[in-house]
Design a protein around this ligand. Structure first.
Ligand code: GLC
Length: 578
């Protein structure tokens, strides 16, 4: 009895606390809005004017010195982000997780992993971000849960458990033979035999990440409720993880085998029966309806193979994802004006572009585009490109200081399981996930303890504190270009007009808005280039531009459009004098 009273008291106490938190939350945090609100006369919405910044929470800032970053660490850097020109942060999964895939294996969607802090820390972060007008985007891991999620534990417990059909269970073809030939993208069969019930479950990623069955309406309802739960806590949208893989062919047709083997030694395969099934668009349309109730944005991890596929993710009536990421842009893996021009034209015709140079799964842009000699100059050219295009950019933490990849040197140092499996062909994704470089002190100011991944030697020169002091640093260039982007209507809202389309060295374009125009010219070559612009076809008679921003040493206030000399790997941005 005593125990019961004590329990009851604790319950009352925690309910009161919960109620107070919610009350406080609704007072301090942005209120849920009933509909989408345009922010200007052209009908743009907030996410079209925003610059997004991806934070890998393990690696951003470690406030409690345990070697792993956390939410309080992020909160302590909000002023830095604000001054940089960031409007929204996307935090990769910080929910409770066994961390097999470093958070992409979620065991509770409505909480924070103790490694990162508490829900109260999250609420403080949300309210501090709100004060600075920075929105928070969470990662929605919707294709799969962790095998430690209570839903899966129930599902695997017996064939007639009510949650059995929340996942994809099938009989094998015979002893030791999985139901079909589908492969996990992380190596091996996508089917795992579970002795408790004698059936296989399906996992597109690690075996600890069983796929949810999105054909079951109860799954949809539970997962949509997760998004509501976070919207009500002030979250402004979601980045939808692995959205291509939500559905599978119910008849389990084998995928066609292609010639050759992949990095894990498995036969190459065309994933036609387990990725990009048309059913997923219905889910996205319904998820969008929920998002619209809260003026929220949906960003998609959309690995499309061409523009036509990318276009589908916007939805036929623009009723699916507002921001499908254009990864085709990241595949232009060299400084090729021709290739970029083609890609930019394509995505501009498809919908509102979303540009990304790198993320926690992709080798850092600094090394992908760098030539090993002019990497800093090239990093500015790439920033000059994607931060001045029509569309929304998503930056990756550390890109603004020229962070490099720091790939493991020995197999035993690898943390990312696919790096262990694929070694040495595939060293995994540790290299692009190393701690943010804040200053020159030990561990780059990320933590006072040895961080979970090693900091590369370049932190001595490429770090926030050092770069802030150097007017020519990559960081100061990012700050200037982001400030311009926020202030200049043409750079923010203007149309994209490609110029000098046959130039193989210099990528040039205009951003046109009403009677204003901004010229951007990017020399992507290692030699000086002379360029000439005749804008009469655009109805512009002007022959001069006033310089807004350039990386050139010979910085002139004005440039004659008929003849601009661009230094090797340089950026020129000027306002057309009309
Ligand atoms: C996405 C994430 C990646 C993760 C995978 C499985 O591709 O970006 O990091 O491993 O989904 O959730």
């Amino acid at each position: 009895m005593r125990n019961r009273i004590r329990r009851h008291k604790t319950f009352l106490k925690s309910s009161l606390l919960y109620f107070l938190t919610i009350l406080l939350g609704t007072m301090v945090l942005p209120k849920a809005k009933a509909q989408v609100k345009p922010v200007d006369a052209e009908g743009h919405e907030w996410w079209q004017h925003a610059v997004f910044y991806e934070i890998y929470p393990r690696s951003f800032a470690d406030s409690n010195n345990d070697g792993v970053g956390d939410l309080n660490g992020i909160a302590s850097k909000l002023d830095y982000l604000k001054k940089l020109g960031v409007d929204a942060i996307w935090i990769t999964p910080c929910y409770p997780s066994p961390q097999v895939d470093f958070g992409y294996d979620v065991s509770d969607y409505e909480n924070i992993d103790p490694m990162y802090g508490t829900l109260a820390d999250f609420e403080r972060l949300a309210s501090e971000a709100h004060k600075r007008n920075i929105r928070i985007i969470m990662d929605f891991v919707m294709n799969h849960t962790s095998d430690q999620h209570p839903w899966f534990k129930e599902s695997r417990s017996s064939r007639d458990n009510p949650k059995r059909d929340w996942y994809i269970w099938r009989d094998g073809k015979g002893p030791g033979q999985p139901p079909n030939n589908w492969e996990s993208t992380f190596g091996g069969s996508a089917w795992q035999f579970d002795p408790t019930t004698g059936q296989y479950y399906y996992h597109y990623f690690y075996k600890q990440q069983p796929d949810l069955n999105w054909r079951n309406p109860d799954v949809e309802k539970a997962m949509f409720d997760v998004t509501r739960w976070w919207y009500q806590r002030g979250v402004a949208g979601f980045r939808l993880d692995a959205v291509d893989t939500l559905f599978e062919d119910p008849d389990l047709h084998n995928n066609p085998i292609l010639p050759g083997k992949n990095q894990y030694g498995d036969p190459n395969m065309a994933n036609v029966y387990n990725t990009k099934l048309p059913e997923l668009h219905g889910v996205l349309q319904r998820l969008r309806k929920v998002a619209d109730e809260y003026d929220a944005v949906l960003i998609g991890e959309t690995w499309t193979k061409n523009i036509a596929e990318l276009k589908q993710y916007y939805g036929e009536d623009n009723n699916e994802l507002q921001m499908p990421m254009d990864f085709l842009f990241t595949k232009v893996d060299k400084l090729s004006p021709d290739e970029f021009r083609k890609q930019i034209a394509g995505v501009n015709a498809a919908g509102w572009p979303v540009y990304v140079l790198s993320n926690h799964d992709i080798v850092r842009a600094y090394v992908r585009y760098g030539d090993g000699v002019h990497n800093d100059a090239i990093a500015k050219v790439m920033a000059g490109l994607y931060l001045t295009l029509r569309g929304t950019p998503i930056m990756y933490y550390g890109e603004e200081i020229g962070m490099t990849n720091n790939d493991p040197k020995r197999r035993q140092d690898v943390k990312d399981p696919i790096g262990k499996l694929g070694w040495p062909k595939d060293k995994g994704r540790d290299g692009e996930r190393t701690p943010m470089q804040w200053n020159t002190s030990e561990n780059a100011g990320f933590s006072e303890t040895k961080p979970w991944l090693p900091v590369p030697a370049s932190y001595k020169t490429h770090n926030v504190e050092t770069e802030l002091k150097n007017p020519d640093s990559i960081l100061n260039f990012y700050k200037r270009v982001l400030a311009l982007r926020h202030d200049d209507a043409a750079l923010r809202d203007g149309d994209y007009v490609a110029l000098n389309k046959n130039d193989h060295n210099v990528l040039s374009y205009l951003r046109r808005y009403k009677d204003e125009a901004v010229l951007v010219a990017l020399n992507m070559s290692s030699s000086a280039q002379q360029v000439s612009f005749d804008l009469r076809a655009q109805g512009i008679k002007a022959d001069m531009a006033s310089t807004l921003l350039t990386t050139m040493k010979t910085n002139q206030e004005k440039a004659a459009l008929r003849s601009i000399t661009l230094e090797p790997f340089s950026v020129y941005i000027g306002k057309i004098e009309e």
